[in-house]
Ligand binder design. Sequence first.
Ligand SMILES: O=C(O)CCC(=O)C(=O)O
Ligand SMILES: [Fe+2]
Length: 561
Amino acid sequence: MNRRGARHSSPRGRSSRSSPHYTNRCGSVGARGYFRNSSSGRGEWQIRRQNPEMTPVENITSSAENLKLERNTTKVEDFSPKHQESASAIDSRSDMDIPSLSTPPNLNEKRTRQEQLWDAGKESCISPHLIGTSPADASCTKIFCNLQVGASGYFRNSSSGRGEWQIRRQNPEMAPVENITSSAENLKLVHNTTKVEDFCPKHQESASAISSRSDMDIPSLSTPPNLNEKRTHQEQLWDAGKESCISQHLIGTSPADASCTKKGPSQSVVFQSRTSATENTVGDGRSNDSDSLQKGFSFDICVEKIGSVVKLKPPLLLKNREKRNEMKRRTEGENIKVLRSGMVLLKGYLPLMDQVKLVKMCRDLGLGSGGFYQPGYRDGAQLRLKMMCLGKNWDPETSAYSEERPTDGAKPPTIPAWFQQLVKGALKDSHAYLESITKVRNVEDILPSMSPNVCIVNFYTHSGCLGLHRDKDESQESLHKRLPVVSFSMGDSAEFLYGEHGDIDSAEKVVLESGDVLIFGGKSRHIFHGVSSVIPNTAPTALSEESNMRPGRLNLTFREY
Ligand SMILES: O=C(O)CCC(=O)C(=O)O
Ligand SMILES: [Fe+2]
């Protein structure tokens, strides 16, 4: 398959995906702390920050120097045609939240681990030793108990009046800066009034004993790291430890890669092994990512429900409207579109309950052996998505299928029979439709049938994307017969680009929504395609509610190897 490339000549997202996809999807690896893209010699560059928990501080500092150097040598005329603002024009803009390029936020300071946790925007107590708890809670060392919502920037627990407290930082992208500042004040206040004897029996160290310890990375309690500064949105992104371009406007890309329009925060972290991979992708403020980093879980495409946090139910009206729309699409014949010969789009084809089931099943498979991981290329660049293969493994490093995933030897889970039935049904319905609108004797000539035995499952966060590529790593026979690729989309909508050539300017665009099935076979089997962006907050409310899927998009592409 040759998926995802941005310069069409490699895999998924790199150049063409003969090696699958990607055209250089967004960068080559520089220091461990950052990714910087300078591979094309066309003035491309970007810098991405990895998960700060994993990144040695030294690298951060030295990469900051790199960045400065790079900027000074980047020529204006080298920017991609899509981003033709000169550096000076951009510098002079007042509406943009870009930190000074020569001094990326906080990177010149050495940061303690605890500060890095704060920076990462993860829920983090100042120190587990300092969490006062009621005796009943004494078994917990890190407690997210009875959270009371304060300012939207933070949660603070002060419900028992017994000196309990903790403060959690939400997704810094969402938290208004004002709230951060005022919550910092709250924290100080609460600390000042916390009594030592109120600490839980498990942590009976006095505050003074704790502050005198030298082996702990606790920031001063009265000045939580960075909370007294107002942070720009861009700085908050940096803080969140997400790979993040300095500015979308400044991302130079090769023409083919320009399909990735949004290269902000997303997958970070160097893949180490399946059991230790995962990172902070979504920034929803939950503990999953940080926990999985430490404990070695696979990436979870769903979020755990937090027991005592009250979830607002979407109004019934909204749910009913979604259901009505779904019915309408399915019954009014607007639901099937032939985008080009051999390329059929079944709008809203998957009923909501099937989508929920698909998400849940993918989630379960994704947490097991061979589940979701952070794929990368041979040169260390990472795909801007999480991936899991079913049936056979497709390896972005070699652009080839095999029985095991080379990174960890895991055998891909088999494709559930029910998934295969859904694919067959979609092909059958497409054939029926083609029969009704064409005079061709055998619609198989337009769109061949196939029995899927491999599936690539991608999870995109809001900043995910996949460069233009062709799926061309399947067997010669499958490719020769032009057996279709069948793609299911769930969650947030995505802009999907496709075209005869690997150049985005001539590519067509279609928005794929939750429940859509896209099929491309026959004369369209070898088209270039990719995902230029994921559109936030477009997932059906009922799907998010029923499945707990994270914000983002889940895509399954079935193929017959
Ligand atoms: O996410 C999508 O819609 C496309 C995925 C794709 O092209 C692939 O996995 O090869
Ligand atoms: Fe593809």
